[in-house]
Design a protein around this ligand. Structure first.
Ligand SMILES: Cc1cc2nc3c(=O)[nH]c(=O)nc-3n(C[C@H](O)[C@H](O)[C@H](O)COP(=O)(O)O)c2cc1C
Length: 180
């Protein structure tokens, strides 16, 4: 099972890198984690006449095609969602807007990051992913930029480690149900 770990920020020095490194160290047995930072997929703002859901996985330029192909290969996703102005970052929303069948009826989990763990970006993301008929698991992790980072890395409490284990447990179960 392939789980894409999406970093939803393009900000130089973004804290999402530390979150991704923490998540990637915790790969559960039987799952391959695929790191998908948006910095490696430079996407135009959505400017296409077609709806991606009806595009038969064929996209108008190489960058979008590379992004869609990478998402298509994943069975499930962990979205690292920075909270920007009480919602998901514009770049993450734009990256999602470019996708259709690549997200359809797959499982996802949300990791928020912000002053108080990004609860509003996570709720916003749950709303967005519902449009893909996804199973977005109940377990989530909120990373506080003030409490959970030390020297540029995640300094997770025991509870946060448990929360991440719960995310992986529920995500692998949900993805397996979709695969049946
Ligand atoms: C434009 C902008 C808006 C932000 N809005 C919020 C916010 O509404 N709530 C919050 O907790 N943090 C907010 N922050 C702080 C981010 O949570 C912080 O930058 C965090 O590290 C998110 O990931 P990043 O490092 O990729 O920016 C904002 C940051 C930026 C740049």
């Amino acid at each position: 099972m392939k789980i894409g770990v999406i970093e939803g920020s393009l900000r130089p020095g973004s804290t999402t890198g530390a979150v991704a490194r923490w998540i990637l160290k915790h790969a559960p047995a039987g799952a391959e984690l695929v790191h998908l930072p948006l910095t490696e997929y430079p996407l135009p703002l959505f400017d296409w006449e077609q709806h991606p859901m009806a595009a038969n996985r064929q996209y108008p330029n190489a960058q979008v095609q590379a992004w869609a192909d990478a998402a298509n290969e994943c069975d499930a996703f962990i979205f690292i969602a920075p909270e920007y102005n009480h919602g998901v970052s514009g770049v993450l929303k734009n990256a999602i807007d470019w996708l259709g069948p690549e997200l359809w009826e797959k499982a996802s989990a949300c990791i928020g990051i912000g002053a108080d763990g990004g609860p509003r970006s996570v709720e916003h993301l749950r709303q967005i992913l519902a449009n893909f008929n996804q199973h977005v698991v109940r377990a989530q992790v909120g990373i506080s930029i003030f409490l959970d980072l030390a020297d540029g890395e995640i300094n997770a409490s025991e509870q946060k480690e448990k929360d991440l284990d719960a995310v992986f447990g529920q995500l692998v179960d949900a993805a397996a149900r979709f695969q049946r």
